[in-house]
Design a protein around this ligand. Structure first.
Ligand code: ADP
Ligand code: MG
Length: 731
C-alpha cells in the first residue's frame, strides 16, 4: 500500500462540541478591537476630540495626547489579557509582518511593570534589513520605521496560550520612503479625496469635507484535508500542484457552485466568521464556488484602508482556522490545473463623509449629471491606464488565470450594461436618449433615465464591470494584498476627476448653463474613451481579435506587464499625485520581478525533486512489476509450454516499453530544466523572468503532461502523491 492510500484511512473531520445557542454576533462584534468607541471610553474628551480632528483634517496630536491614547490602548489590551504588543505592517512581500515585544519594563532589579508609552505607539524600529526594499535601502542603513496608522483600529490576536496587541502601522525607511503596501494606499486615498472634493464643489456641495474609496473584496479559496496536503511537496513549497492528472469528475457537472455546503466545511466557516467578528471584520456572504472544494467569503464593504487590513487578517484567519479543522486553506490563484482558480473580485466605489455613494445614480437631474461625470472619469481612467491596472495584478500565480477562460483576460475593458451604454452612446452622438420602460428625467438638453441599481445586467467575464453602484475589478488574484490594486485605481481616478473638473470649469467659464457645459464635457470624454467599453463575452477569441484592432493592450506575461510601471508617463503620474516617488515605484518594479523569479525557481526546484525522488521511483516500481511478470511468463512458456497469445505478449512488451520511454522522457526534460535554471542564474532579474515565462513554464507544463500520463498507468499502490480525485473530493 502506498503512503497515500494509508492516509486515506486517517481522514476524518475533527470532533466538535455542539453549540446549542450560538452567541448573537452584535453582542461580541469587534470585541477584540480598540475601536473609536473603545478609545472614547478610555481617554479624556479633549484628547478624543483631538484624535478625531487628526482623522478628519490631518491635524496631528501632541506627544502627551499620544501617550494618553497609548496608555489607554495598553490598559484596554491588558484588561483583555494581552501581554505582548507588536507593530503590524505590510511589507512589499504583500504579506503581513510582526515583531512582538512584551509590555514589561524593569523598574528595579528583579522587578517589572507593564508599560507602554506614546513613543512606542507612534514609532517602532524593527530591524528591517531582511525585508525587500528594491534598492531603496542598503543593508548597511537597515533602519526601517513603523509608524502608527490611527485610521485602522488596533486589535488583539488570540492564541491558545496568550494574546497579542497588534497595532496597524505603516513601514518607512530612514528617509521616509514607503517600504510597504499601506502608505501608498493612504496617499492615494488622499489624492482621491482632494480631486473628488474639487469636483463636488463645482456641483455645489459645500459641506462635503472628505471623500474616500470603499472596498469589498470577495475572497475565494480552496480547502483540502491536511493529511493529503502533508504528502504534497508542491502544495507545501509552491502553494499549487505542479503535477496531478485531472480527476474524471471535475467541475463539469456544475454541481458545486452554490451547492449545499458540506458539514465539515460549514463548521469551519462558522469558526472563521466568529473569529472575524471578534476582530470587527464584517464577513457577510459564504458559499461554494465553481471548482470542487472551492469556496468564497465576502465582507460588507468598508473604507479601503480598513478593508485592506481586514482582508489580510481574513486570509490569515482562513489559514489558521482551517488547521484546527484538519484542513488546509489554499489561497493560491491556481492550486489545481483543469478546474477554476481563485480570484478576489475587488468591489470599489467612492463615498463622502455622510456615507453617500458617489457611484449611486441619483434621482434628480443634478445628481445624475454628477454621477455621469464621475462615471466618465472612471472610463477615462481605465482607458488611459489599463496598463497600470494590469500591472497591479501582475504576479506569478495570477498568470495562470488571466486569459484562461475562468477569469477575465489580460485585456482590460469596462462593462456598463445595456441601459447605461445606451445613455452614454446617445450622449456621445448628441441625440436624446430614447430609453423606454423607465422614468425619464428631462434635462431640457437631454433626457436621462432614472437609473436603478437592480436593472444593471451582469457580465461575469468583464475585468472591470459596473454593478449598479460600484465597479468590480475582477482580475485581482486570490492571494494578493489588495492595497496595490486599490492604490492604482484611486490614483488613476483622482487624475481623471481632476481632468473633468478642469474641463468643466473651462466649458462653463463664459457663464453659460452649467448643466449644458457638464454634458458637453461628459459626451466628449465618453466619445474619446469608447474603445475601452465592451459588453460582450470577454472570454471569446473574437474579443481578443477585436481588442487588438482597437489597440487595447493584451499582456499575458508578468514581466512585460510590470515593465509598464517604469514608463516615464506612469512615473510622472504617481509622482504628481504623491503616491510613489520614482524610486519607490522602481523599487516595486524590481521587487515584483524578483518575486516572480523566486516563485518560479521554487516551483521548478520542487518539481525536480518530485520527479527524481517520487515520480521516477514510482515509475521504476511499476516498470519492475511489468518486467518481472513478463520475465515469469516467458520462463513459464519455456519451462511448462504455457501458450501465450502472440498479440497479448506483444501488448505486454509494448506497455513495458512505453513505461520505460515515458520515464526516460520525464527524466530527460527534468535534466533540461536543471540546465535552464543554471543558465538563468547568470542573467539579471528581468531577463530571468523573460526566460522563465518563455521557456521554463512551457517546459514545466511539458514535464507535467508526461508525469500525469504516468500517474494514470502506474499502479495505484506505487503512487505516493495524493491524486486530484482524492484531494478535491474527500468529504
Ligand atoms: P455582487 O457581486 O453579486 O454584486 P454584492 O452586491 O453583494 O454582490 O456585492 C459584492 C461585494 O461588493 C460585497 O463584498 C459588498 O460589500 C461590496 N460592495 C457593495 N457596495 C459597495 C460599495 N459601495 N463599495 C465597495 N464595495 C461594495
Ligand atoms: Mg461579485
Amino acid at each position: 500500500m502506498s503512503i497515500r492510500q494509508e492516509v486515506l484511512f486517517k481522514i476524518k473531520p475533527v470532533e466538535l462540541e455542539k453549540i446549542e445557542h450560538p452567541k448573537k454576533v452584535s453582542g461580541y462584534f469587534g470585541e477584540n478591537t480598540f475601536s473609536v468607541q473603545a478609545m472614547q471610553k478610555h481617554i479624556a474628551k479633549a484628547t478624543f476630540e483631538a484624535f478625531k480632528a487628526w482623522m478628519s483634517e490631518g491635524r496631528t496630536i501632541t506627544l502627551e495626547q499620544a501617550n494618553e491614547i497609548a496608555n489607554a490602548m495598553k490598559n484596554w489590551a491588558i484588561s483583555k489579557g494581552a501581554t505582548y504588543y507588536t507593530h503590524w505592517f505590510q511589507p512589499m512581500t504583500g504579506l503581513t509582518a510582526e515583531k512582538h515585544d512584551s509590555f514589561i519594563s524593569t523598574i528595579a532589579p528583579g522587578k517589572v511593570i507593564e508599560k507602554f508609552s506614546g513613543n512606542k505607539l507612534i514609532q517602532g524600529e524593527p530591524d528591517a534589513s531582511s525585508f525587500p526594499s528594491g534598492g531603496i535601502r542598503a543593508t548597511f542603513e537597515a533602519r526601517g520605521y513603523t509608524a502608527w496608522d490611527p485610521s485602522s483600529p488596533a486589535f488583539i490576536i488570540e492564541s491558545k496560550l496568550g494574546k497579542t496587541l497588534c497595532i496597524p502601522t505603516i513601514f518607512i525607511s530612514y528617509h521616509g520612503e514607503a517600504l510597504d503596501k499601506k502608505l501608498p494606499l493612504l496617499r492615494s486615498d488622499e489624492a482621491l479625496n482632494k480631486a473628488a472634493i474639487a469636483l463636488l464643489r463645482l456641483f455645489g456641495h459645500k459641506n462635503v469635507n472628505k471623500v474616500f474609496s470603499t472596498c469589498g473584496p470577495e475572497q475565494e479559496y480552496f480547502l483540502i484535508d491536511k493529511n493529503y496536503y502533508n504528502l504534497r511537496q508542491d502544495l507545501i513549497m509552491a502553494g499549487r500542484t505542479l503535477v496531478g492528472a485531472p480527476s474524471p469528475k471535475g467541475q463539469q457537472l456544475e454541481d458545486q457552485y452554490f451547492g449545499t455546503i458540506k458539514e465539515r466545511v460549514v463548521n469551519f466557516m462558522f469558526e472563521v466568521a466568529e473569529e472575524a467578528y471578534k476582530l470587527g471584520i464584517p464577513v457577510m456572504t459564504r458559499h461554494n464556488e465553481v471548482a470542487p472544494h472551492q469556496y468564497e467569503f465576502a465582507p460588507i464593504f468598508e473604507e479601503s484602508n480598513i478593508a485592506a487590513d481586514h482582508n489580510q487578517l481574513l486570509m490569515e484567519l482562513l489559514k489558521k482556522v482551517a488547521l484546527r479543522h484538519n484542513l488546509v486553506c489554499l489561497l493560491h490563484e491556481k492550486p489545481f490545473a483543469g478546474v477554476n482558480g481563485s480570484g478576489k473580485h475587488l468591489n470599489w466605489s467612492l463615498s463622502d463623509n455622510s456615507g453617500n455613494n458617489l457611484l449611486n445614480p441619483g434621482a434628480t437631474p443634478e445628481d445624475n449629471l454628477q454621477f455621469l461625470t464621475i462615471l466618465a472619469a472612471v472610463l477615462r481612467a481605465v482607458y488611459l491606464h489599463a496598463d497600470l491596472l494590469r500591472a497591479s495584478v501582475a504576479m506569478a500565480g495570477n498568470e495562470h488565470r488571466l486569459g484562461a477562460n475562468e477569469a477575465p483576460p489580460a485585456i482590460i475593458s469596462v462593462f456598463l450594461g445595456e441601459q447605461l451604454t445606451e445613455v452614454l452612446d446617445t450622449l456621445g452622438k448628441g441625440v436624446k436618449a430614447k430609453v423606454s420602460r423607465r422614468d425619464i428625467i428631462d434635462l431640457g438638453i437631454a433626457r436621462l433615465p432614472k437609473f436603478n441599481k437592480d436593472t444593471t445586467d451582469r457580465n461575469r467575464t468583464s475585468p472591470f464591470a459596473f454593478t449598479g453602484n460600484k465597479f468590480e475589478f475582477r482580475a485581482v488574484g486570490s492571494s494578493q494584498n489588495i492595497s496595490t490594486p486599490i492604490t492604482v485605481i484611486n490614483t488613476i481616478i483622482a487624475e481623471s476627476l481632476d481632468y473633468m473638473t478642469e474641463k468643466i470649469k473651462k466649458a462653463s467659464a463664459g457663464g453659460g448653463d452649467f448643466n449644458t457645459a457638464v454634458l458637453r464635457v461628459v459626451s466628449e470624454v465618453v466619445k474619446e474613451t469608447r474603445k475601452i467599453r465592451f459588453e460582450g463575452n470577454n472570454y471569446s477569441a473574437d474579443w481578443v481579435k477585436e481588442a487588438k484592432k482597437r489597440g487595447l493592450p493584451n499582456i499575458a506575461a508578468t514581466y512585460k506587464s510590470l515593465e509598464d510601471l517604469t514608463k516615464p508617463e506612469n512615473i510622472r503620474l504617481f509622482e504628481k499625485y504623491k503616491v510613489f516617488s520614482k524610486d519607490e515605484l522602481l523599487a516595486r518594479f524590481h521587487i515584483w520581478i524578483h518575486m516572480y523569479d523566486l516563485t518560479l525557481e521554487i516551483e521548478a526546484n520542487t518539481l525536480i525533486e518530485m520527479v527524481n525522488a517520487s515520480i521516477v521511483p514510482a515509475g521504476y516500481q511499476y516498470e519492475k512489476l511489468l518486467a518481472g511478470s513478463l520475465h515469469e511468463l516467458m520462463s513459464l512458456k519455456k519451462t511448462s509450454g504455457l501458450s501465450i497469445d502472440a498479440a497479448a505478449l506483444k501488448d505486454k512488451k509494448e506497455h513495458l516499453s512505453e513505461i520505460v520511454s515515458k520515464i526516460y522522457y520525464v527524466r530527460r526534460n527534468t535534466i533540461e530544466m536543471g540546465k535552464l535554471l543554471a543558465k538563468a542564474a547568470k542573467l539579471n532579474n528581468e531577463k530571468r523572468a523573460e526566460l522563465y515565462f518563455n521557456e521554463l513554464k512551457p517546459l514545466m507544463d511539458h514535464i507535467r503532461r508526461h508525469v500525469d500520463q504516468l500517474e494514470c498507468v502506474v499502479s495505484d499502490d506505487a503512487w505516493d502523491l495524493p491524486k486530484y480525485r482524492e484531494m478535491l473530493f474527500v468529504k
